[in-house]
Design a protein around this ligand. Sequence first.
Ligand SMILES: NC(=O)c1ccc[n+]([C@@H]2O[C@H](COP(=O)([O-])OP(=O)(O)OC[C@H]3O[C@@H](n4cnc5c(N)ncnc54)[C@H](OP(=O)(O)O)[C@@H]3O)[C@@H](O)[C@H]2O)c1
Length: 316
Amino acid sequence: MSDKKIIAVVGATGAQGGGLVRAIMSDPDGGFTARALTRNIDSPKAQELAALGAEVVAADVDDVESLERAFDGAYGAYCVTFFWEHFSPEKEGQHVRNMAAAAKSAGVQHVIWSTLEDTRQWVPLEDDRMPTLMDSYKVPHFDAKGESDRIFAELGVPTTNLLTSFYWDNLIHFQMGPQEGEDGVLTFTLPMGDGKLPGIAAEDIGRSAYAIFKRGNEFIGRTVGIAGEHLTGAEMAEALSRAYNREVRYFAIEPDVYRGLGFPGAEDLGNMFQFKRDFQDVFCGNRDLEFTRSLVPTMRTFDSWLADNAERIPRG
Ligand SMILES: NC(=O)c1ccc[n+]([C@@H]2O[C@H](COP(=O)([O-])OP(=O)(O)OC[C@H]3O[C@@H](n4cnc5c(N)ncnc54)[C@H](OP(=O)(O)O)[C@@H]3O)[C@@H](O)[C@H]2O)c1
């Protein structure tokens, strides 16, 4: 039997977990191996992970027993939740309770919990700078994660809280890239004013998590944040202009207008960007670039990410 330490990866067929499985499996002498959790072990994405040598097992974050089986014998676990699958902060909390309980009963020695800030610490519900959503939240998909940090702590699960950043991949997958107007000009729209947006290549989140596992107990009990770069909307537009070799203009839409755009999650994201814009010291400060590079020296910049991905961004 292999003496490699097993890392059980929730969301292994997705952005964060997938990056972690690939990071682990591309380092055969690193002392770790990946166990990929998926609801469908036969899917093409699951089979791609199996082809890398990862163990692929069935688990659902709704089903604590499936998580217990999947975490059994694992040294570490990467825990992530899937807000955009259900838009429910309460469900997100329940999924964290399920993962934490399973990690506890399986005796997992190191959990990395993919979290975000509970923005209500800085913008209490009575603060009317931004609307309260779903009765109890300012940024539901942030607040539910931040609120859940204590669940691992209360159960005594050795945990590193990992604050992630805006994926630049959103430009590809969530129509957040520059759009061509009737005048033929490309416009990149973000409700960030002149604020800096910490961003990251989604694949680098997994590589950072792997680096944290490799550093042993160093970060257990701590919250650490990662980003590839902190860029203003104007700087992102300049990078897009370089990548396309044509002008891309930045349009700093007001968060209030963004909240009214009407797509699912628009209010949540409008509040999120406003929080990032108005609490720069907190949000950028929590995601130190030097620290991130100390974990992953080859961390991608927005320019280097665009070099590989600019043509994949829909410009409709
Ligand atoms: N987009 C951003 O900029 C950004 C930035 C920071 C944080 N986040 C957070 O990232 C989280 C999502 O992570 P991601 O982007 O890595 O996800 P993702 O790419 O959307 O992948 C999610 C994967 O999770 C699995 N999954 C879905 N429901 C599941 C369930 N009930 N049980 C077990 N597995 C399930 C699916 O795999 P199977 O179908 O194979 O089971 C899917 O491949 C969200 O909570 C979001 O708030 C996003």
